[in-house]
Design a binder for this molecule. Structure first.
Ligand SMILES: Cc1ncc(COP(=O)(O)O)c(C=O)c1O
Length: 452
């Protein structure tokens, strides 16, 4: 039954059970509401506002680009901002990931990658190819449109729509803390998780599989979880062996968030298609992309029909492309990727002190993409009951302490499991990390007293 706490107006809000403070403005890593409260945005919205809020230079650039040319349709025209943005993305992405198919957000990016993989095999092998399935994982998030949700492994998000989803195969995540194999080290979990891919390919028949999709560092579903290098080395080899495209979803972990340009750069392999969004424009405009390698691009666009049967009205919007290019340039010039490494290490060091609170089960992550998982019992890893709503308590208590975290749940069994994502803007200073860590500690201390 709805609690009807959302403001009474014409907005169809996402959650009627949430009281929505009204934000007046954003400045740097802070948001300010109409009651004069200041919040430290410790999750950048959802790992989006990576250069912080209210950037004057971006605002000035946007105004002049909007006056010059705001919209053209990519089916007919090209514009210098579109070309420059694609060139810059291709410079950021590793290896031969050189061809940028623009969309407006993360779900569109993964949906595009999925269709691109299918069309690649149709172009290469003919319409009769049986390669279409995409293997994905439980405890992974790839978006909420029906195609991307079919690849998403979060039960709560799938349940209602289940009859409408494509029945793609799912394998376990490299979620070492609760790995199903009884592995004692992250390396062992990584190996088992990669072996699970090969087993599933054999079970399904490689002739039916078009792609495997994985995040490099996990976001909303199991924040901060990552494997060792061995996982990606094995996955790359398995995909090559069975003729399957590897899609790496960098929608959250891309553009410096993890202290490298992309999450996958920690692991030294190159996917066939990479999906990006969020940090590409840091929230100053909606944009995303599926970035294809030479083989995929050449097969569809040069040797093949030359037409990717897909597309959205706002794809390759010259305003959005200009803004994203401007923002990426700013991240480069200011050295924010290196800052994410430095402040990420400092933050992780500080967060380790939180293990003194018995509800803190695991703290994990890379750079400024950090997750904290909460448990009822540190020794047994017993999760809280769903009704305890620990993630909700942490969120509300955090707001009272002036800090915004990104809650999530269900990683234990689809229902239980409470966690938060800590992903502040990557231009955060050391002093601001101290402020974040202090506010988070007060939040967790208080929640611990409430929950146990
Ligand atoms: C890894 C990943 N993929 C896809 C998406 C979906 O992106 P969007 O919400 O922009 O559709 C997200 C969003 O959080 C994400 O983290």
């Amino acid at each position: 039954m709805s609690q009807n706490k959302a403001p009474k107006n014409n907005v169809f809000y996402r959650n009627q059970n949430w009281h929505y403070p009204k934000i007046e403005k954003g400045e740097g890593i802070y948001l300010f509401d109409d009651k004069g409260n200041r919040y430290l945005d410790a999750c950048s919205g959802s790992a989006v506002a990576n250069i912080g809020h209210g950037n004057e230079a971006v605002a000035a650039y946007t105004a002049q680009q909007m006056k010059r040319i705001a919209f053209t349709h990519l089916s007919r025209w090209t514009v210098d901002t579109i070309e420059a943005c694609a060139e810059r993305v291709s410079q950021w992405t590793p290896g031969d990931l050189n061809y940028v198919y623009f969309v407006s957000g993360g779900s569109e990016a993964t949906e595009t990658a999925m269709k691109m993989a299918r069309q690649y095999y149709v172009e290469r092998d003919g319409q009769g190819t049986s390669k279409w399935k995409v293997i994905s994982k439980w405890n992974a998030f790839h978006g909420n449109t029906l195609g991307s949700l079919s690849m998403t492994g979060i039960t709560e998000r799938r349940k209602i729509y289940d009859p409408m989803l494509v029945n793609f195969p799912k394998i376990p995540q490299f979620y070492h803390y609760r790995n199903p194999w009884g592995c004692g080290t992250l390396e062992e979990t990584s190996i088992k998780a990669a072996e699970a891919l090969e087993q599933e390919i054999i079970r399904q028949g490689a002739q039916n599989i078009a792609a495997f999709i994985t995040e490099a560092v996990v976001g909303a579903a199991c924040p901060g979880a990552h494997p060792t290098k061995t996982y990606f080395e094995m996955v790359r080899e398995i995909c090559n062996k069975y003729d399957i495209l590897l899609i790496v979803d960098e929608v959250m972990s891309g553009f410096g968030r993890t202290g490298e340009k992309f999450g996958i750069d920690h692991f030294g392999i190159i996917p066939d298609i990479m999906t990006v969004a969020k940090g590409m424009s840091c929230g100053y405009t909606p944009i995303g992309a599926a970035v294809a390698n030479e083989e995929v691009f050449q097969t569809i666009m040069v040797k093949g029909t030359g037409q990717f049967i897909h597309g959205h009205t706002y794809a390759g919007n010259p305003l959005s492309c200009g803004v994203a290019d401007f923002v990426m340039n700013l991240v480069e010039e200011k050295g924010y990727v290196a800052n994410a490494t430095a402040q990420g290490e400092y933050l992780m060091e500080k967060l380790k002190g939180l293990y003194q609170y018995p509800i803190v089960g695991e703290i994990r992550g890379k750079g400024l993409m950090t997750g904290i998982e909460f448990v009822k019992n540190q020794a047994t890893k017993e999760p809280f009951a769903v009704g305890d709503n620990v993630k909700g308590k942490i969120t509300a208590n955090g707001m009272a302490e002036g800090i915004i975290v990104y809650p999530g749940g269900g990683s234990v069994d689809g229902a239980r499991g409470d966690h938060i994502l800590i992903a502040p803007p990557i231009n955060i200073t050391k002093e601001q990390v101290d402020e974040l860590a202090d506010a988070l500690e007060r939040t967790i201390k208080f929640t611990c007293e409430q929950a146990l």
